[in-house]
Design a protein around this ligand. Structure first.
Ligand SMILES: [Zn+2]
Length: 370
């Protein structure tokens, strides 16, 4: 008799149902992950509200768990065994393109349905794609041979390991893309889990001055930013943010801006352009979907000799560095991992990240066995 897997399935915009999904037979080149923690990402908030792209799906792309069943070929080729605690990347790369050989799976066409409508990515793939178990808001996840696994360092609890996605983005955007290093001054806009991980990455890299901005509803998050090492925090609704950045940096401006306000909206981008130093600053921006900026001040960017980079996902190396960072015990991660919910509460968990559920949420975990 086939076993059934309990999963929270998104059946429509902002609608989730608990369903049982048949556990697949496991070929020798596949494995099954028993999900311990699935982190709720900021992008889950916007994705959750969208119409389905075809069939229902299991969301959850920040996944940590134990390898419960491992096919012989999978074990041999991946160097893993049953019982290993691993972090699973959301990407399922083709394995043979130039990007995959560099560990830059986020650029692989096989991980992007903009290029390939049949692309599979954890947390975004409909249950109509066999064997359905493609998301972390479920007790098990199916792992084909091209799944990308990172072993969790000994001593790092699964819930803290589930910060590997925002932390690897933080390291990618702040250090690897933004070039932040010893003595740098950095403005991080937005104090959510992503911004806080950027601030931690900057401090760990030796930044001399890290400034974090938020709004008046972010009072607690800005306190956490201070506890994680931010040198200054700014409530942009209460203060003149640009004037404050200039005061904190002695009138110089910052070397690097990381926009983690997640919309690519006007005010943070304009603040970032003005807050960078007179010449040669760098700004790393993220904006999803169809964001437009009709009067973008390109002349100002040119005059300041700025470099603009776009933040999108993380490399294999950034994830390895993130797991080392999280295991280092140098930062009070428990201030970020604020909430945990069971499978029946996935809807509320996502709403909590959106600021419409449990108060005070920063990083929210779904524990499918809770
Ligand atoms: Zn590829």
């Amino acid at each position: 008799m086939p076993e059934k897997v309990l999963a929270a399935v998104k059946v429509g915009p902002a609608t989730t149902e608990l369903r049982e999904i048949e556990l697949p037979d496991l070929p020798p080149d596949a494995a099954l992950l028993k999900v311990e923690v699935a982190g709720v990402c900021g992008t889950d908030v916007s994705q959750y509200k969208l119409p389905l792209r075809g069939a229902p799906l299991i969301m959850g792309h920040e996944n940590v768990g134990y390898l419960a069943r491992v096919g012989t070929q999978f074990a041999e080729q991946k160097g893993v065994q049953e019982g290993d605690l691993v972090f699973l990347e959301e990407y399922l790369p083709c394995g043979h393109c130039e990007w995959d050989h560099m560990g830059e799976y986020r650029h692989c066409a096989a991980t992007e349905w903009f290029y390939d409508p049949n692309a599979i990515r954890y947390g975004y793939t409909p249950v109509s794609t066999a064997p359905s178990l493609w998301g972390g808001f479920s007790r098990y996840i199916y792992l084909p041979l091209n799944a990308v696994l990172h072993k969790v360092p000994p001593g790092l609890p699964p819930e803290e390991a589930s910060l590997a996605t925002p932390m690897s983005n933080g390291i990618q955007w702040t250090l690897l893309d933004g070039g932040v290093g010893y003595g740098a001054s950095v403005l991080v806009e937005g104090p959510g889990q992503q911004g806080l991980c950027c601030a931690m990455a900057a401090k760990a890299a030796g930044a001399g001055c890290v400034i974090v901005t938020g709004t008046s509803r972010d009072v607690r998050r800005l306190e956490v930013a201070r506890a994680l090492g931010a040198d200054a925090v700014i409530d942009v609704e209460q203060e003149d943010a640009l004037a404050r950045v200039m005061t904190v940096t002695g009138g110089r401006g910052v070397d690097v801006v990381i926009d983690c306000t997640s919309g690519g909206s006007r005010a943070p981008v304009l603040l970032g352009i003005e807050a960078t130093k007179r010449r040669g600053g760098t700004m790393v921006i993220q904006a999803e979907g169809s964001a437009v900026f009709p009067d973008f001040p390109i002349g100002r960017v040119t005059r300041k000799g700025m470099t603009l980079k776009s933040a999108r996902g993380h490399s294999h190396r950034a994830v390895e560095l993130a797991l080392q960072h999280l295991a280092s015990s140098r930062f009070p991660l428990e201030l970020i991992t604020t909430h945990r919910f069971g499978l029946a509460e996935v809807d509320y968990a996502i709403k909590s990240v959106a600021g419409e559920g449990a108060p005070g949420a920063i990083h929210v975990s779904v524990l499918p066995w809770k």
